[in-house]
Design a protein around this ligand. Structure first.
Ligand SMILES: O=C(O)c1ccccc1N[C@@H]1O[C@H](COP(=O)(O)O)[C@@H](O)[C@H]1O
Length: 224
């Protein structure tokens, strides 16, 4: 099942030379989705992992998402590719973020079906870049997130210097505990391959409910 082009309401943004991309992840309430979509952000993320407190499908409005003219990224954890494709079609997702132990072959299968893949990589005290090479040809972006007790949304940052030696051609979003507390550091952060930032639990009032005021001040501080 290939994603029909006419059901896609947005394309996944490419890295920009003038500023870092910003993805706001973990949305679920339609009014909050609409409010965040008016901010100068590049991608919205929706969690389709049942164990997450940000699990979105029961609250989301599929018709709203299908027509929202912004890139929409569905986040899945070790989900069957057929289910990922069906969900993407139903909600009009632009791309999928695979946040579990998915293989390069699974990434390749979804990319071949017309769904750009963001592969999340949990980073601990070391980062094995050699293991990532097999994913690189099939992924639009990597998402480097802190390894932790939950698959994602742990709200904790890792040592970004681990990415200083990054040399793969795939750009990446930095994730893990990003928000107002580290906006100033992010503003000056320069790392090879860094395309932008992914914010989630540090910019919300409650799981799945983003704080638009906090986001506005974060964006202001990030972009100056
Ligand atoms: O947010 C979740 O609940 C979640 C659940 C399962 C997979 C991924 C999830 N979120 C992703 O986690 C990172 C970092 O989030 P945080 O800033 O540390 O809260 C982010 O990429 C989300 O996409």
């Amino acid at each position: 099942m290939t994603m029909p082009a006419d059901l896609r309401t947005a394309v996944l943004p490419a890295p920009r030379p003038d500023r870092p991309l910003l993805k706001v992840c973990g949305l679920k309430y339609p009014a909050n989705v609409a409010a965040v979509a008016t901010l100068p952000v590049d991608m919205l993320g929706f969690i389709f992992a049942p164990k997450s407190p940000r699990y979105a499908p029961t609250a989301l409005d599929a018709a709203q998402l299908r027509t929202l003219p912004i890139a929409k990224v569905g986040v899945f954890v070790d989900e069957k590719p057929a289910v990922v494709r069906r969900t993407a079609l139903h909600f009009g997702l632009t791309a999928v973020q695979l946040h579990g132990q998915e293989t390069p072959e699974e990434c390749a299968e979804l990319a071949a079906a017309g769904l750009p893949v963001l592969k999340a990589i949990g980073v601990g005290e070391v980062l094995n870049l050699e293991q990532l090479a097999a994913y690189a040809p099939h992924c639009a972006y990597f998402v480097f997130d802190t390894a932790g007790p939950a698959a994602g949304g742990n709200g904790v940052s890792f040592d970004w210097e681990l990415l200083r030696g990054y040399s793969l051609p795939t750009p990446y979003l930095l994730a893990g505990g990003l928000g107002p507390a580290n906006a100033a550091a992010l503003r000056h952060l320069q790392l090879p391959g860094l395309a932008g930032f992914d914010v989630n639990s540090r910019v919300e009032q409650a799981p799945g409910l983003k704080d638009t005021g906090l986001l506005q001040s974060f964006i202001g501080e990030l972009r100056g």
